[in-house]
Design a binder for this molecule. Structure first.
Ligand SMILES: Cc1ncc(COP(=O)(O)O)c(C=O)c1O
Length: 392
């Protein structure tokens, strides 16, 4: 901790524990103290820690080939892109390393798509309260001043509209719109799902004005909600032209993906985009192994998530400061009238790792392998913390 404070850029406000190892849904700090991990590296460690099948493929592949650049083929990008096509209903994938990089590529795709039609077709419509990453392009479509203001001016031509306000969206989208960007469930914005009415309006407008509809599934996608992608929760599903994914894809190794239909994919031709590290052999192989395991886990994610929300709803009935329990599957937010920062510290002192977003929303992103027993253990801590607030 001392060395970090002296030598590392001081951009993170870290909690004062040093995580040394993890096993399943638990992590252990350098003193051997055990914590139940209900944030899983902000939605990254989808299979928890040290999953035996993931450990095995990493060991095997590290001894064979980790990276060969995108100058050559390796054995795993093709099969992984095929899997992503099968589960998303989209056709082609570009592999990168992180969420924000996937968003940058998707924005370039929208711009290139627009430019092919008209030099004026460059506008992007995004949502207030959204979060799409920290690089300049992704920040330009992030609708929260606290992330943007230090870095302005950002990309011109971005219009922000209110989430779930179909009339506002209709006003903003026009012939010069090349892309409409949204998270199906706003994550950093406080676990706020979009309505079916709003996303289907976005689909209709994107079609009417020949713009690309881009769903950011970096936090809410790839199993998190109990389906492969959050946009598939609605029936009938609102199919985007492009979706971006990252966090859980390779269970802790960096891997991001832009998955696009043919209409969007044709915007990017040879030499127009690339990545040195993107889609390494080791990350892609881990992702294939992960998908093999995920298929069987989806019902459990749905079931355990419902159980967790049920117990949180019971707490809501007891404590008027809890405004709402929101989310799907294992992406859950407890919206409160009071700040959550101290509660996160109290939970940590009681061996539970959680997080607070948007100041007043406790956020839970546990690993997909979490069981009802783990939820019971977490609820024991949470009930105590909520009761303490009531007393105060
Ligand atoms: C919805 C969403 N988009 C983009 C990002 C950025 O991803 P990364 O931190 O991997 O760049 C995040 C990260 O939290 C996110 O939640």
């Amino acid at each position: 901790m001392e060395l970090e404070s002296q030598y590392v850029l001081q951009n993170y406000a870290r909690y004062p524990i040093v995580i040394h190892r993890g096993k399943g849904c638990h992590v252990y700090d350098a003193n051997g103290t055990r914590y139940l991990d209900f944030i899983s590296g902000i939605g990254v460690n989808a299979l928890g820690h040290a999953h035996p099948r993931i450990v095995k493929v990493i060991r095997d592949q590290a001894a064979l080939l980790m990276h060969c650049s995108n100058l050559y083929y390796h054995e795993f990008q093709g099969p992984l892109a095929k899997k992503l096509a099968e589960i998303s209903g989209l056709q082609r994938t570009f592999f990168c390393n992180s969420g924000t990089e996937a968003m940058e590529g998707a924005l370039k795709m929208a711009r290139a798509h627009g430019n092919k039609i008209s030099r004026d077709k460059t506008e992007i419509v995004a949502l207030d309260n959204s979060f799409h990453g920290r690089t300049l392009g992704a920040l330009s479509v992030t609708g929260q001043p606290k992330y943007r203001s230090d870095f302005e001016p950002l990309l011109p031509g971005v219009r922000f509209v209110k989430a779930n306000d179909a009339a506002d969206l209709e006003q903003a989208v026009g012939p010069n719109t090349c892309g409409i960007v949204m998270e199906w469930i706003q994550g950093e914005g406080g676990i706020v799902p979009l309505t079916h009415e709003f996303t289907s309006k976005a689909r209709e407008l994107a079609g009417r004005h020949n713009a690309l509809l881009i769903f950011d599934e970096i936090q809410c996608g790839v199993g998190r909600t109990g389906g492969y992608f959050a946009y598939q929760l609605a029936s009938p599903a609102t199919q985007p032209d492009v979706t971006v994914a990252a966090k859980p894809l390779a269970c802790g190794l960096p891997l991001g993906a832009i998955i696009a239909n043919e209409r969007a994919a044709t915007a990017i031709g040879p030499g127009m985009h690339g990545s040195t590290f993107g889609g390494s052999a080791i990350a892609c192989r881990v992702a294939l192994e992960f998908f093999d395991i995920l298929e069987e886990l989806l019902p459990q994610i749905h079931h355990v998530g419902s159980y967790f929300r049920l117990l949180l709803n019971e707490q809501q009935r007891k404590h008027p400061f809890i405004r709402e329990v929101r989310g799907y599957g294992l992406m859950i937010g407890v919206d409160m009238e009071i700040p959550g920062k101290q509660m996160v510290l109290d939970a940590m002192a009681d061996g539970l790792l959680i997080n607070c977003t948007h100041d007043t929303v406790l956020r839970f992103l546990p690993p997909y392998i979490v069981t009802e027993k783990d939820v019971d253990a977490a609820m024991k801590v949470l009930a105590k913390i909520f009761a303490k607030q009531k007393a105060a």
